[in-house]
Design a protein around this ligand. Sequence first.
Ligand code: ADP
Ligand code: GLC
Length: 482
Amino acid sequence: MNILFAASEAFPFIKTGGLGDVVHSLPLALNRLGHDVRLVLPAYRDVLASVDALVELGFWDLPGASVTHRVRVLQAHHEGLADYLYLIDVPSLFDRAGNPYVHSDGFNWPDNAERFTVFSRAVAQMAKGIPGTDWHPDVVHCHDWQTGLVPAFLSMFHPRPKTVFTIHNLAYDGHFSHDDFTRLALPPEWWSPEYVEFYGGFSMLKAGMVFADHVTTVSPTYAREICTPEFGYRFEGVLQSLGDKLSGILNGIDLDIWNPASDEHLKQTYQADQPWCKAKLANKNALLKKAGLVSGKAPLLGFIGRLVEQKGVDLIAEMLPALFKTTDAVMIILGSGHMSYETELVTLAEKYPTRLHVHIGYSEDLAHQIEAGCDLFVMPSRFEPCGLNQMYSLRYGTPPVVNFTGGLADTVTDASTMALTEKTANGFVFHDVNADALLAAIRRALSIYGKPAQWQSLCETAMRQELGWENSAKKYQALYKK
Ligand code: ADP
Ligand code: GLC
C-alpha cells in the first residue's frame, strides 16, 4: 500500500518528544512489511538544513488567515528514511529557528492556528496528487492536533484516500478561537458541536477524531482511559461516541537506534546474552564522572523528559530529600520545560551537589548515556499515552519505576514475589500518584538492587522483552487494509 504520514515532527530532523521517534520508526517498520510510506513535514529551518537532494515539485496557492499563501512542495531524501520525505515550504510560517511549536520564551507561536491549517490544507492537496509524481496514497495517516484538519479537508474530496488519525497526547488539543476559525476560512458548517466546535472555540484534535475513518491512540490502556472524565480532557464524550472507530496500538521502539549492543554514545556496549554487568558499570562510572558525581556503589537513578505536569516531575522533587536522607542513592535528571520545574530542580541540585545532577536542556547523547549508565529509571507520569523512555530503559537493563497508567501499565510488570519467581518482572509499579508512593516503590527497588542475583535476573528479563515495532506495525497494516 501507499501510505502518506503527516506530522509536525520527526527524528532525526526535528524532535521534541516521543512523537518524533514514532513518526520516524513506524514508517520504517511498515516499509519492512512491503509498504511505500512517505512522510510529509513542514519545511522548518532546521529540517531544510538537514536534508539533501532537495527537488522542487510544484506550487499551490492556499488560504491562510485572511491571506493566500504561495506553498512550495519539496521532495527530499535522507539516508535514515526508507522512502521519500516531502516538505511543505511556506517561509513566512515555518522558516524559524528552534522549537516547532513555541517561541524561545516558551510561549506558543502566535500564528500556530494558521501554520498548521495551511500545512493540513497542503497535506490534503497532496492526497489528491503530488505535482511531478504519479504517486497516490491509499491511506493518509495523521498524527496529533497539528494534522487534525487533514481528515476534515479530505472529507470534502471524492474520491479520497482513507484516513487514520493517531492521538499521541490528549493534553495538547490545538484549541483556537472563533476569530481564528473565521479568518482561516474554514467551512461555516463545521462550527458545530458535532464537528470541530469545542467549549467556545474549535479544536483541531477534535477535527481529527470526528472526520478520520479510524482513530488510534498509542496504547490499549490509554485508549480505555481517555474515554473517562479523569483522563479525557473533556473529550471523553466524543471518544466514547467513536465506539469501534477508536483503538489502542502500543508503540514500538527503534531497535537499531536504541540498542545497547551497538550504541555509539556509550562508553562500552553490552547485551543480555553476554556478560554485561561490567560494561554497564563502566557506563555508570563514565556518567557519574561526566555529571560530577562521586563514583561508588550507590545506586544511580535517572530521569529524562519534558519537565511538565504530565511527567510527575514535582513528585520526584518532593521525594528526593527523603530519599537522600534515608538511602545512599544518587540521581541524574535531564530535561527542559516549565520554568518553575527547571528552577525547583536546579535549586535542589545546588542543595545536594554530591547527590543530584540536573542538566537543563536537550541532549540525545546524554539521554542514551543515562539509559545505559543508571541502575533505575524513574518515570512517575500522572498519565502517559505510551511512553518510550521506559521502553528504552528496559532495553538497556535499567528497570523503570512507573505509575500504573497508559503505556506504562502496558509495558512494565511489577517485581511482585510471584513475578520475580516466574521471571516476568521487569520493573516497579506504584498505584497512587503521590511522592510517598513513588518513594515506597523506589525503596522496594533498592531492596532488590541489594540482592545481585535477583537484580541481574530482573534486568535480563527487561533487556529481553520484545519492544520492536513488528507486532504493532502488523496491527496498523491490518487497520489500513480494513
Ligand atoms: P513524550 O513524548 O511525552 O515526551 P516519550 O517517553 O514518549 O515522552 O518520549 C520522549 C522522547 O524524547 C524520548 O526519545 C526521550 O529520550 C526524548 N527526550 C525528552 N526530553 C529530552 C531531553 N531533554 N534530551 C534528550 N532527549 C529527550
Ligand atoms: C506523546 C506521549 C507519549 C508517547 C509519545 C509517542 O508525546 O506523551 O506517551 O509515547 O507521544 O506516541
